[in-house]
Design a protein around this ligand. Structure first.
Ligand SMILES: O=C[C@H](O)COP(=O)(O)O
Length: 272
């Protein structure tokens, strides 16, 4: 049966919901997950209107299939990491050029696990951010403090990480839209996220900083770190959305989050 997608508007998304599957699922389970998510996205008015931008970052071998499945439903896929060069003598690495060829639209860079386990520093993350821009991929630039402290301390740490990545990237070529994923490292893999007050305070600071940077007018900040159903409706409108991990492994939970995001957007519009 041939189906027609509802026409998408050209408006900017009002919220962003991303999911990283990390290395939790194998090939078939990842494909099945993307099929379930595509079914939800296809039927979801806020995805079809373009109000919510939805992407999934599966384990890399799944990317071409994920891009195809999600792309037919108004969502998209991307990579959890890219190398900083596009091609050459770099055994085992995958460049942004290949990710784009495979249908990827996003490249996550600088996740806390890449920083901690693989020793990636601000220089590497800046180079990878540049590689994302160069290949037409939207970088999902992860930043976040190691230990819980005050929101002011978190803002200082994260703005330094944002500046280091973007300054390095912009020294190498034109920048583009960036999705900053604010993920306090202490809240990743935890039983619960940071408090809504803490998240809202830090992201308000990061968003204000992003507004001062050249070429970042369309860039937004989303929250990750044990995020799941019940969180977004408690966040300030400076937060642009969520970067989900374990608590979106059940597609039904993701649908709940999309419904909550729709209600959250409507409530924000009603107060304007
Ligand atoms: O990439 C996603 C984040 O690291 C969050 O993961 P988590 O929600 O499982 O803590």
């Amino acid at each position: 049966m041939r189906v027609s997608l509802p026409a998408k508007t050209a408006t900017k998304p009002k919220a962003i919901i991303g999911v990283s599957l990390k290395m939790y699922f194998g090939y078939q389970r990842s494909v099945d997950y993307c099929r379930d998510v595509a079914g939800i996205a296809f039927a979801h008015p806020a995805i079809q209107s373009g109000d919510i931008e939805l992407f999934v970052l599966p384990t890399l071998p799944v990317l071409p299939e994920a891009a195809r499945i999600l792309g037919t439903a108004g969502a998209a896929a991307g990579a959890q990491d890219i190398f900083w060069e596009d091609e050459g003598s770099f055994t085992g690495e995958v460049g942004g050029k290949t990710v784009a060829e495979l249908g990827g639209r996003y490249a996550e860079v600088g996740h806390a696990e890449r920083r901690r386990i693989f020793g990636e520093d601000d220089t590497v993350i800046g180079l990878k951010t540049a590689a994302a821009y160069r290949n037409g991929l939207t970088p999902v630039l992860c930043v976040g403090e190691l230990h819980a402290g005050s929101p002011e301390e978190a803002v200082a740490q994260c703005t330094a990480e944002i500046d280091a990545a973007l300054n390095r990237a912009q020294s190498l070529g034109p920048a583009g839209r960036t999705i900053v994923a604010y993920e306090p490292q202490w809240a990743i893999g935890a039983p619960a996220p940071a408090t809504p007050e803490y998240i809202s305070a830090v992201i308000t600071g990061l968003d204000a900083h992003l507004r001062t940077l050249p070429g970042q007018a369309d860039s937004r900040v989303i929250y990750g770190g044990s995020a799941g159903p019940g969180l977004i409706t408690r966040l300030d409108s400076a937060v642009a959305g969520l970067f989900l991990g374990r608590f979106a492994h059940d597609p039904k939970a993701l649908k709940t989050i999309l419904d909550e995001t729709t209600a959250w957007l409507a409530a924000a519009e009603a107060t304007v």
